[in-house]
Design a protein around this ligand. Structure first.
Ligand code: SF4
Length: 392
């Protein structure tokens, strides 16, 4: 039986069911079974094997199976993640990968405890050995022409500065000719690590910076200094490494002043002719996730007068609807860097052309949002820059 209580008081079962499976079995009837475990790979793999063989899997441990009147739970069996033992042989999949990144893990979990993030509640941090990681990467290098595109699918590829150095040095020594990207904390980037990342084939860093306002960062327990974060973006750019920086809009304390600070912060990223690489940013609206510290602690909810769950919330300085307006304001205030969309860039475009087109595209969008008469002219310039033949 599942019991929801305490700080979730006042939240309806329907709201909870929107955020969780296992709350309302009737809504989950099209799910055959849910694997309930921190890792769960062993159960999932066995389930897939049995399904393929047409065998029964409902007697496996760690399953929650929807029934007419609730859930039936099978026995519990702790499955510690075995990162070192999970060596994928990429020679079996390279054809199917095509131009996409091979997703490879170097670790799970994150030792930080940002208030809006639930990752720390989901997994305990665990590192994979460098030997195991290299073993897997060699299967990729042995079966694919260079550069080999990899996405290190960790919550944070630099669990510590020491680990980042060790990891990038190993990639450099191995000469794997990778082109990799990963989530990384901005404060892990300094002169030395940026150069090592470049030399090991890093093409893009995904930096969760979250705000340009020190007070909001402190509320978030982000433990990040905006000046250091800006320095990280500059260092990565200097080394030709692209960045995608994410920002959370609407965290408790957010107001028009903090939005202005974040816009000024993003506007300071290298852009236009002052940039070597491409800086893009992405705005997320704050979500009161059920397991994140700020919404799962009664004291924090009280401190910020935070009510609601998921995408519907309000607190003492903003509500979820106002946050949408704040995102629009922020976008309109940013100069230079471009917002990130799901975009496919033609492979023959240079970095300079890609950056110019993306930045101009944002100007067109801003002109339309402002009903500016300049929109038509900007559109014509955008079309021209898209069609421009770089080899001419
Ligand atoms: S936001 Fe990033 S740094 Fe913070 S806890 Fe989550 S994964 Fe870790």
């Amino acid at each position: 039986k599942l019991v929801a209580d305490g700080q979730l008081d006042g939240i309806t079962p329907e709201q909870l069911a929107d955020e969780f499976v296992l709350i309302d079995a009737k809504l989950d009837q099209d799910i055959s079974a849910v694997v309930v475990d921190e890792g769960g790979e062993e159960t999932l793999a066995e389930m897939a094997k049995r399904l393929r063989a047409g065998q029964n899997y409902l007697d496996l441990p760690n399953l929650a199976i929807p029934t007419e009147d609730g859930y039936r739970f099978t026995s519990e069996k702790f499955e510690p993640s075995n990162l070192d033992g999970e060596i994928v042989d990429w020679s079996r999949y390279t054809e199917r990968l095509g131009p996409f990144d091979a997703p490879i893990r170097t670790a799970v979990g994150c030792p930080f405890q940002c208030e809006f993030c639930d990752f720390a509640q989901l997994y305990r941090p665990k590192l994979r050995s460098i030997e195991s990681l290299l073993g897997e990467l060699r299967t990729l290098a042995g079966s694919m022409p260079a550069p080999r595109n990899v996405f290190f699918a960790d919550d944070n590829v630099a669990i510590s500065q020491k680990r980042l150095t060790e990891f990038t040095r190993a990639l450099v020594a191995e000469r794997l000719q990778l082109s990799w990207r990963a989530f990384i904390r901005a404060d892990s980037v300094d002169e030395e690590s940026a150069e090592l990342m470049r030399d090991s084939g890093c093409r893009e860093c995904l930096l969760g910076i979250e705000s340009g306002d020190p007070e909001i960062l402190s509320n978030m327990n982000k433990r990040l200094d905006p000046d250091k974060a800006l320095r990280a973006v500059e260092l990565l750019d200097k080394n030709g490494i692209n960045t995608q920086c994410t920002f959370v809009v609407g965290f408790p304390g957010e107001c028009s002043r903090s939005i202005e600070r974040t816009a000024a912060f993003i506007s300071a990223f290298p852009s236009g002719d002052h940039a070597n690489a491409i800086q893009r940013y992405y705005l997320f609206r704050f979500q009161a996730l059920p397991l994140c510290p700020v919404s799962s602690s009664a004291a924090q909810r009280q401190r910020y007068q935070l009510e609601g769950l998921g995408e519907q919330w309000k607190h003492s300085t903003m509500d979820s609807q106002e946050a949408l307006g704040a995102m629009r304001d922020l976008f309109l205030q940013v100069k230079g860097s471009s917002h990130m969309y799901t975009e496919i860039v033609p492979p023959d475009w240079s970095t300079a052309k890609t950056r110019a087109v993306m930045e101009l595209r944002d100007e067109v969008k801003k002109a339309h949002l402002n009903n500016s008469p300049a929109a038509k002219q900007l559109e014509a310039e955008l079309l021209e820059s898209v069609q421009e033949n770089e080899s001419a």
